[in-house]
Design a binder for this molecule. Structure first.
Ligand code: UD1
Ligand code: UDP
Length: 381
């Protein structure tokens, strides 16, 4: 019998928590091989706690770093400093981080300083633009270069890693765990307080990226206001991110428009139901570019570049930027032109089949010698 290995699973923000919840669940199911500990930085507070509640996760460590309107310098230095003690106490055999946030990069750096191998979930996504998304593109590149194991969601991500001379044997194609999370909430968690959105046509909006602060947000919100005024029977539903840089312009520009419904952030269970109920999605989010296509919902992306090209290639996602006129026209086109809408509204699953967390676990088992053969890579159907 091999000795158990201790795995420390780390996250800090809403999307990391959603995408790591299936991984936590999978490792906890294998207590004969793994001791699983959860460490949250709480780079987000309320938005993180919502996810912890939906997936019933009780962290072993919570350093509660979030401050109002925090800077990148603050998050980086605070998380780095406070991670040392946690790593000293737990002495894990592996640290698992997720994605491209400042928590991801900083905790990977802390683990590297302690010579603890890092497994990077959602490795290899690239926009090839240092400043878009900012600072996430570089957080992910640095996370990948610090990692010993790379869990690439797609073949494109694996190719990007190989192009950077990443050791081939460290890369496993797993699919994206967001599809596991989405399947779980839509199947297992039935209750929802969102009852009214299905009947009139509804468009779902989210936005929060740092590179969209200021003028781009004004452009986007002005375009949305014009769409709402032109289509009074369409509801535009927008759960507004808690960042003050988003709250202020969203409430100022959209606050008094009757058919724009501004919500606080919704828990993942309610939000998933809302994706299902919407006719299309307008967003600058990363995760939504993966979730909405799997439910056959067209996505207009409020960015100039994306690190998720797969659903763009299949036609369900369009990159539209942040110019007011373009955002207005693209939204009107999806509402007016049924042929165009139907062409985009195809369910495509380049990102996963709901088994990404299982493949991640199997890759870690392979790394530690709990299984001899390499697990099979995910290939989209
Ligand atoms: C962070 C990530 C981004 C990710 C996003 C998901 C970085 C640099 N950015 O960006 O990659 O896409 O999370 O949403 O890691 N706030 C609250 N309560 C919360 C959460 C946020 O009040 O539960 C407010 C706080 O004032 C906080 C601010 O939002 O300072 C910004 O949070 P921060 O994590 O710095 O940036 P995000 O834009 O959320
Ligand atoms: N989400 C949520 N409630 C909301 C808005 C988004 O649960 O009110 C979920 C969404 O389904 C996706 C994730 O949060 O899984 C995306 O988070 P965000 O847009 O904040 O970050 P990104 O994906 O851009 O990093």
């Amino acid at each position: 019998m091999k000795e158990k290995k201790k795995v420390l699973i780390v996250f800090g923000t809403r999307p990391e928590a959603i995408k790591m919840a299936p991984v936590v669940r999978e490792f906890k199911k294998h207590s004969e091989e793994f001791i699983t500990k959860v460490y949250v930085t709480a780079q987000h507070r309320e938005m993180l706690d919502d996810v912890l509640e939906v997936f019933s996760i009780k962290p072993d460590h919570d350093i509660n770093v979030m401050q109002k309107n925090q800077s990148l310098f603050y998050i980086t230095s605070e998380v780095l400093k406070r991670s040392e003690g946690i790593l000293d106490k737990e002495k894990p055999d592996m640290v698992l981080v997720h994605g491209d946030t400042t928590t991801t990069f900083t905790v990977a750096l802390a683990a590297f300083y302690k010579k603890i191998p890092v497994g990077h979930v959602e490795a290899g996504l690239r926009s090839y633009d240092k400043y878009q998304p900012f600072p996430e593109e570089i957080n992910r590149v640095l996370g990948d270069s610090l990692a010993a194991l790379h869990f690439a969601p797609t073949g494109t991500c694996k190719k990007a890693l190989l192009k950077e001379n990443t050791d081939k044997s460290s890369i496993y194609i797993t699919g994206n765990t967001v599809i596991d999370a989405l399947h779980t909430v839509l199947k297992e968690i039935k209750s929802s307080s969102i009852y009214f959105v299905g009947s009139p046509k509804c468009i779902l909006v989210t936005a929060h990226r740092r590179e969209n602060f200021g003028k781009p947000f004004s452009n986007i919100f002005n375009a949305i206001k014009r769409v709402a005024e032109r289509y009074p029977k369409v509801n535009i539903i927008y759960p507004v991110h808690m960042s003050p840089n988003v709250q202020e312009p969203a409430n100022r520009i959209l606050g008094n428009t009757r058919n724009v419904i501004l919500f606080p952030p919704l828990n993942y269970s309610d939000f998933s139901k809302l994706i299902e109920a919407s006719c299309f999605v307008v967003t600058d989010s990363g995760g939504l570019q993966e979730e909405a296509p799997s439910l056959g919902k067209p996505v207009l992306v409020l960015r100039n570049v994306t690190e998720r090209p797969e659903a763009v290639s299949s036609g369900t996602v369009r990159i539209i930027g942040t110019d007011e006129e373009r955002v207005f026209k693209e939204m009107c086109n999806l509402l007016d032109n049924k042929k165009h809408y139907d062409k985009m509204a195809k369910a495509v699953n380049p990102y996963g089949d709901g088994k990404a967390a299982y493949r991640t676990l199997q890759a870690v088992r392979h790394y530690f010698g709990f299984r001899k053969d390499r697990p099979k890579d995910f290939t989209p159907k």
